[in-house]
Write a protein that binds this ligand. Sequence first.
Ligand code: SAH
Ligand code: SF4
Length: 433
Amino acid sequence: MNFYDSEKMSDLLKHHGYTLDNNINNADLIVINTCHIREKAVEKTYSELGRIRDCINSREEKTGKKSIVAVAGCVAQAQGKEIMRRSPWVDIVVGPQSYQNLPELIKKVDPLIKNRHLDIDFPVIPKFDSLNNQIYRRNVSSFLTIQEGCDKFCSFCVVPYTRGSEYSRPAQSILDEAKKLIDSGVKEITLLGQNVNAWNSQGSDNKIWGLGRLIEELAKIKELQFIRYTTSHPLDMDLELIEAHRDVTKLMPYLHLPVQSGSDKILKLMNRKHTSSQYIKIIEKVRTHVPKIAISGDFIVGFPGETQQDHQDTIDLIKEVNYSQAYSFKFSIRHGTPAARLKNQIDEDIKSERLYEIQDLLSLQQLAFNKMSINTTSNVLVLRCGKKDKQYLGKSPYNQSIYFKSEIKDLIGSTVDVTITQAFQNSLSGKIR
Ligand code: SAH
Ligand code: SF4
């Protein structure tokens, strides 16, 4: 989602006369977009800010030019004042719901006087309606945010505080943006939301549409070839969406459905509002409709109070589901969330041990899944060049990276049939048929 927001900010600033410069040492304006989901991501913000300070100081020494520094995103939202205090070289702090105000905030900053501005309000007019939706340049595969914020309040998570309450963009505004993306050459769209499958909005027939219906509608756009979405919540996995997986060929057979833990005790403490068997039933229902769908997930190990038995329950769940890929994290204390106040915090060493164990198992499952692709052929959108000579990269329907070679120049944006010849831990390689 931050990637999408960064592109939006870049479009917005281009509209106001800025051009993108990949060399930080030349930049008049540096915008750093930040993530607050885990402590490590926050630490990165401060270390990156230190690097930026060195760059802008040396630019000023050499050229006399002062760069403007803006911090955007969820760390800005949660720790705006702290950033201003710790990093006096930061001029602007802007939350994820207010970056549409960036051009105005920049205008107010005078590099000579160094006025500083903090804008971390949750505006009454949602940002998408006040953003100038001009699209400048996109890769052939693009993100499109359709839903933001969250009302579920899992006890470990900062999202409801940093991104605000659940908001679904109107269907028409999404369809309009999708058409603009497609006009600019996009062939694949990944719909984004913190709980993307909670999306709902009134459609053109005045009925309330859910994500499944929206996907059906998007699939009608001829030039759009591939549709994906992320991230889903188990409780919002309705039949319409499952049926869309069965019926809409443009919708890729990949479902990222985080569960976090396999222990009902921990799920309750996490306030996930479902049990492990309810989660498994949802997966079974999905697989009944779409037998070959790839399932991925998220796991948190070492949540406060997690015993060896709770950890074993997670391992059992992983074995039962059999994931094609997954993300797993050590529980990270986020101040202000209920889980931060829980007693029985788990030792870092134990968290590490459990994380390794889970990641070993998930890696085995991923490799086994990848190996099943050998000798299969998929229609693949060519996304970009690989690092090797004449090498290209695409994604399989199941979200695996596929590398293949071709003598043909400028293949990016075309679709080709690729037969998989080799499977690795994190990628596949194949030959164009
Ligand atoms: N809305 C999605 C997840 C969004 S956050 C869902 O409910 O599934 C992305 C992932 O970050 C989560 O699935 C979780 O695994 C991880 N995460 C969030 N807060 C965390 C924390 N405090 N410590 C460790 N991992 C966390
Ligand atoms: Fe965070 Fe997802 Fe839970 Fe919302 S549903 S609070 S985004 S983990």
